[in-house]
Design a protein around this ligand. Structure first.
Ligand SMILES: Cc1cc2nc3c(=O)[nH]c(=O)nc-3n(C[C@H](O)[C@H](O)[C@H](O)COP(=O)(O)OP(=O)(O)OC[C@H]3O[C@@H](n4cnc5c(N)ncnc54)[C@H](O)[C@@H]3O)c2cc1C
Length: 383
């Protein structure tokens, strides 16, 4: 019987980077994933690593730390990091004021940025629409990753170079503390043993230790995304726009955020949780999104199974006001889901001294998980 130092349940970004940091500490690690390939939130997202959007207390710093971790990994193996920065494009004076205010906050934190006039934005990218763009903030340190590749590549790197043990098609159905260590058992009747367990099982909270996920503390968000036809390379950085400035947590620290007013048109979009982000993938396709609907954790059936064409139309119509893309043909549309704390920015729970849950990181997992899990693992092994 092999006993591991750590077993991680769930091959998404939280599970994968928890395993990474533990391996870096010289621990023996087994990572278990229920599907043949993990394909949940960590693989369906934009792949934008944008600390600028995170609350300016700890999460901005986790984002910056994550960028450094991605860079370090990229120097070892190609994890698909593209360090081309991010643009925030303001569509009116209120959003422009928020950009000016946040610029000061970024300056205070030593985070490189440059505010651009409408003309300068236009010069930097002729496809930005004149009617929409009133000014923009460029953040050169930010990056993007290919979500279809990144976590798989980090996992492969760990298997090849860090002696990670990995099993897919291995759904964990029980974790218990027995004789001071953890017993982890699976649908395939396998038993595994370890000193510690981290459960990072994403939105599927109803199957494994469901009693530890209080419905009042957690919700699930459903996001709709679109992929447009491949086209010539015109968008190198991440593009975040007016409704994003109004929505993202970091901007809540701006003095003018409290005074924001919305037009009826903006309100219609905001009611569906829509803000427009663009990203051009390496194959030239444009990823466009997104919208947000919410249900209580464990009740994802309440979303139904349809992609709403009304929401897709709303996103496309808004996007067409922002950038003059050569092509708007929709190649694919999908939904992604993530678990989110109702009142907290991440859901962590120590079931006992052996079993830990890390979940509910919400819409910031690609930006912050490597940094957040680094700190978590550090503390776990300090005790
Ligand atoms: C459409 C969309 C766009 C987004 N865009 C961005 C973005 O641009 N930037 C950003 O920072 N964040 C973004 N996010 C958020 C980010 O994707 C999530 O925060 C992050 O992926 C959550 O990671 P996770 O590891 O908690 O969950 P998941 O990726 O859901 O991973 C959980 C894993 O656990 C496995 N599992 C579950 N139960 C078991 C079990 N019993 N046994 C074994 N395995 C199990 C699942 O199969 C899954 O692979 C986006 C999310 C979505 C949906």
């Amino acid at each position: 019987m092999k006993k591991y130092d750590l077993i991680v349940v769930g091959g998404g970004i939280i599970g994968t980077f928890s395993a990474y940091h533990a391996l870096k500490k010289g621990k023996t690690v087994l990572l278990l994933e229920k599907d043949s390939q993990p394909f949940e939130a960590s693989f369906r997202n934009f792949g934008q690593a944008v600390p600028s959007g995170q609350s300016l207390d700890k999460w901005f710093d986790y984002g910056r730390k994550s960028l450094q971790i991605y860079k370090d990994l990229q120097s070892e193996t190609n994890i698909s990091l593209v360090p081309n920065g991010s643009w925030y494009l303001a569509s009116d004076d209120q959003e422009l004021t928020l950009l000016e205010e946040i610029q000061k906050l970024f300056d205070e934190r030593g985070y490189s940025n440059k505010l651009h006039s409408a003309d300068e934005c236009q010069k930097s990218n002729a496809y930005f629409k004149k009617d929409y763009v009133k000014g923009g903030l460029f953040l050169p340190e930010e990056a993007s990753l290919n979500p279809r590749l990144m976590v798989h590549r980090v996992r492969e790197f760990m298997i090849q170079h860090m002696d990670l043990h990995y099993q897919n098609l291995c759904a964990v159905v029980g974790v218990e503390k027995k004789r001071g260590i953890a017993r982890v058992f699976t649908t395939t009747n396998q038993n595994f043993w370890s000193e510690k367990v981290i459960i990072a099982n994403g939105r599927d909270t109803q199957f494994l230790l469901p009693e530890h996920y209080p419905a009042t503390e957690l919700k699930i968000s459903k996001l709709q995304m679109l992929r447009l036809a491949a086209q010539k390379p015109i968008l190198k950085p991440n593009i975040l726009t007016g409704l994003t400035i109004r929505r993202y947590e970091s901007f809540h620290s701006c003095p003018s955020h409290k005074k924001l007013t919305s037009t009826p048109e903006q309100t219609l979009l905001q009611n569906k949780g829509i803000h427009i982000l663009f990203k051009q993938a390496d194959d030239g396709s444009i990823i466009l999104g997104d919208s947000h609907e919410y249900v209580q954790a464990g009740k994802q059936a309440d979303f139904g199974f349809e992609i709403s064409s009304e929401i897709n139309e709303m996103m496309l119509n808004e996007a067409k006001k922002i950038i003059d893309l050569p092509q708007w043909d929709v190649d694919a549309t999908w939904a992604g889901f993530y678990l989110q704390g109702t009142h907290s920015e991440v859901f962590t729970k120590q079931v006992d001294d052996v079993i830990h849950i890390i979940n509910g990181i919400g819409g910031k997992g690609m930006t912050t998980s490597p940094g957040f899990t680094s700190e978590y693992i550090q503390k776990l092994y300090q005790k």
